[in-house]
Design a protein around this ligand. Structure first.
Ligand code: SF4
Ligand code: SF4
Ligand code: SF4
Length: 188
């Protein structure tokens, strides 16, 4: 069976520490001024002394129907056999069509390589070595779970079967493969 790699961000477990962001930057050589991953902190919500925050992962959604791939004129933006949306750097001509087409605003031009860049589930680094993505490995609260959703024995498949999750902007038909466990506490 083909793999279907997905990421789950549990917004209840997240504490907004940004360790994932730092690890991603280090592992994948992401230059200053751009980022493959951020955790957006919203709030505070509620009344003193019971204030709380909400945490939202901002990164490539690994769309199954990816707008960035559709608009790329050279085939630089592509979907691999593993289903991961990635970039052939040598084919990128820097036109930025993909950056404009991404409805999640998570693609950018890498100022050092001069090609389009974004989260690729650490495909070229940690996955290539048989390791989990850097952000997953360093998260101190185990808020991130990664794996093959087509493997019923995987942690990620079990999580998706047992927890309520949501995805961003599903009305666009992009079929994101980043899932989120919503915070139990409301925003207000
Ligand atoms: S490392 Fe984990 S807890 Fe910290 S911001 Fe990232 S997802 Fe949240
Ligand atoms: S989130 Fe943006 S960059 Fe990622 S696959 Fe979807 S359209 Fe492409
Ligand atoms: S999976 Fe890898 S490239 Fe994507 S955000 Fe996590 S560390 Fe960065």
């Amino acid at each position: 069976m083909t793999k279907r790699y997905v990421m789950v961000h549990d917004e209840n477990k997240c504490i907004g520490c940004q360790a994932c962001n730092v690890a991603c930057r280090s592992e994948n050589g992401v230059p200053e001024g751009v980022t493959r991953l951020q955790v957006r902190v919203e709030g505070p919500f509620g009344e003193m002394p019971h204030l709380h925050f909400k945490y939202h992962r901002v990164s490539c959604q690994q769309c199954e129907d990816a707008p960035c791939v559709k608009v790329c004129p050279t085939g630089a933006a592509y979907v691999g056999e593993d289903g991961i949306v990635s970039i052939h750097g040598d084919k990128c001509v820097g036109c930025m069509y993909c950056v404009a087409a991404c409805p999640y605003k998570v693609r950018f031009m890498n100022p050092e390589t001069k090609v389009a860049d974004k989260c690729n589930f650490c495909k070229d680094t940690r996955l290539a070595r048989g390791e989990e993505p850097a952000c997953v490995t360093v998260c101190p609260t185990d808020a991130l779970v990664f794996g093959d959703a087509n493997d019923p024995q995987s942690d990620v498949a079990k999580l998706l079967n047992t927890k309520i999750t949501y995805q961003d902007k599903t009305h666009l038909g992009t079929k994101p493969r980043v899932y989120r466990v919503p915070t139990k506490r409301g925003g207000i």
